[in-house]
Design a protein around this ligand. Structure first.
Ligand code: ATP
Length: 239
């Protein structure tokens, strides 16, 4: 059984059909990539799983249980965490304050400190930068803080929306390594990426969305070799 699955999920924004009958399966402890062109519905899929957008029809299950009516904070409590596109840090707050905001559901300060220890292992530089104002960080550092803010919840499923957007190649590789490190901790990862080659290289399986529907799905290593994927999504630079 998959950890998380959507079945026939459809989302409409007014007259715009952003998702049409999307069924995806997210196996536990794997990395799943969602790729596709701009406007294909990738962010909408993550937001719908997080409970930020309501589906017009279709199902959503975690461990086989229907979670489609739960509120965002209830899904967070079940371990579903979204790291949104564009980082969305609080620019005037420090790194630690931003991370604290991510833990808004956590009441126990000892648990918070333990989780912070865990973050320090994954991001050694956070300890150095903890008191720095977020807006003064580089784009790459801000992305790391955004991921750390999501990870403070020790999610079961971490959803990353365009984590490498706007980053230099060296930092893109750092994010890729980070995804592996986080996954090695047993955390399932769903990542939306415009960098299809990178996404397919670091994921186990993938879905290709086209205008709101699943056009292709399979093992990432197979999709990397598929003519259709190569022609439509891998025409760019190898990273
Ligand atoms: P991108 O890579 O450009 O973010 P995406 O694959 O993540 O694209 P979505 O952001 O999910 O795509 O958008 C899917 C469709 O829904 C697009 O046609 C988009 O214009 C539309 N859309 C997204 N958000 C809204 C909204 N809040 N209101 C109306 N339409 C929206």
């Amino acid at each position: 059984m998959s950890l998380l699955e959507t079945s026939d999920l459809s989302v409409d924004y007014g007259g715009v059909h952003a998702l049409r009958h999307v069924s995806v399966e997210i196996p536990e402890k794997r990395v799943v990539a969602i790729i596709g062109a701009n406007g294909a519905g990738k962010s909408t899929l993550l937001k719908t799983i997080a409970g930020l957008v309501r589906q017009s029809s279709g199902g959503l299950r975690l461990d086989g249980q229907d979670i489609s009516r739960l509120k965002t904070h209830e899904r967070l409590d079940l371990g579903i965490v979204l790291c949104p596109e564009g980082r969305r840090l609080f620019p005037e707050l420090t790194v630690y304050e931003n991370i604290r905001m991510g833990a808004y559901r956590m009441r126990d300060s000892r648990q918070f400190r333990q989780r912070l220890e865990f973050l320090h292992q994954i991001f050694p530089r956070i300890a150095e930068r903890g008191k720095q104002i977020a807006s003064s960080l580089s784009g790459g550092e801000q992305q790391m803080v955004a991921i750390a803010r999501a990870l403070i919840n020790r999610p079961r499923i971490l959803m990353l929306d365009e984590p490498t957007l706007g980053l230099a190649p060296k930092l893109i590789h750092e994010v890729a390594k980070l995804v592996e490190t986080i996954n090695a901790e047993g955390i399932t990862i769903v990542m939306v990426e415009q960098n299809a080659k990178l996404a397919l290289k670091i994921s186990d399986c993938a879905y290709v969305l086209e205008t709101g529907s699943v056009a292709l799905e399979g093992r990432s290593s197979d999709l990397l070799l598929s003519d259709r994927v190569q022609n439509a999504y891998l025409g760019g630079e190898l990273v």
